[in-house]
Design a protein around this ligand. Sequence first.
Ligand SMILES: Cc1ncc(COP(=O)(O)O)c(C=O)c1O
Length: 304
Amino acid sequence: MKMYENVIDAIGNTPLVRLSLDSPAKLYAKLEYLNPGGSIKDRSALHMIEYAEKNGLLEKGGTIIDASSGNHGIAVAMIGALKGYKVIITVSEKISKEKLDSIRAYGAEVVMCPPTSFIEDYDNYHATAVRLQKATPNSFMPNQYFNVENAEGHYKSLGTEIWRQTEGKITHFFAGAGTGGTVSGAGKYLKEQNPNIKVLAIDSNNSLYSTKGNPKPYKVEGIGIDFVSPVLNHSVIDEIIPVTDDNALGTIKNLANNHGILAGPSSGAVASAALEYCKNLKEGDLAVCIFGDSGRAYLTKNFY
Ligand SMILES: Cc1ncc(COP(=O)(O)O)c(C=O)c1O
């Protein structure tokens, strides 16, 4: 077993675990909840923060401010604690208690914002973070929703790792899209290695994108394409698959009860789409789906 000098060196190298399938294809779940901060977001947050340090955007003693559905905030709070930055995270009231308490447990400050339909709305958590950052001296906003370095973090970390782990045999890649960083970054790397790999993005059926501009509330946290951003790179995505709350939440129960995997709702959405899609795959196909965080972060929501 490798020894690490600090918690951020332990980010990545998560396992791929096979899910039993009624299909000749193989499906593996990448357990991103085994990252030190508990989610996929450790990878992108680390890259955006270190990119800012290298490019003089974030200075010693500075404050990091960003909006988050929870996991990016946890990752930034964890990294900020280690590196000595003050951290302020704006969140929407939809956030689970466990994620909220985790951000605070690392010593970060939280600003709670009401849920809004559009990212441009004055009270929206992203709009609030933008205003806060402008008003705070020596501060930096990773700006995960609009910063293409978000996807670049997954290109360098997640994409290379999956390619290595599957020894180049991956044929299908399923990942949830919130900012779109995961699916776009890792998807771009995988397509560059083999253009035949299919990249599938999973969305909430109630998002701005999937409702064609008439978003409705949904329960799944972390995914849902609710704005237009350069982070979501349509040129590497073959299909965007909408999933209902009922299917996502039904699937997390199935994963816990029948596969022994306690994953969060976005993983349920991704697995629901992947399990359905894999029914039509053939012998030799190897699909990887991303499990972004753990069900432990949602126990008080009684989804299970
Ligand atoms: C649990 C979980 N899954 C998936 C995602 C979506 O990742 P991305 O923002 O890279 O599209 C997020 C983002 O916050 C998340 O928290």
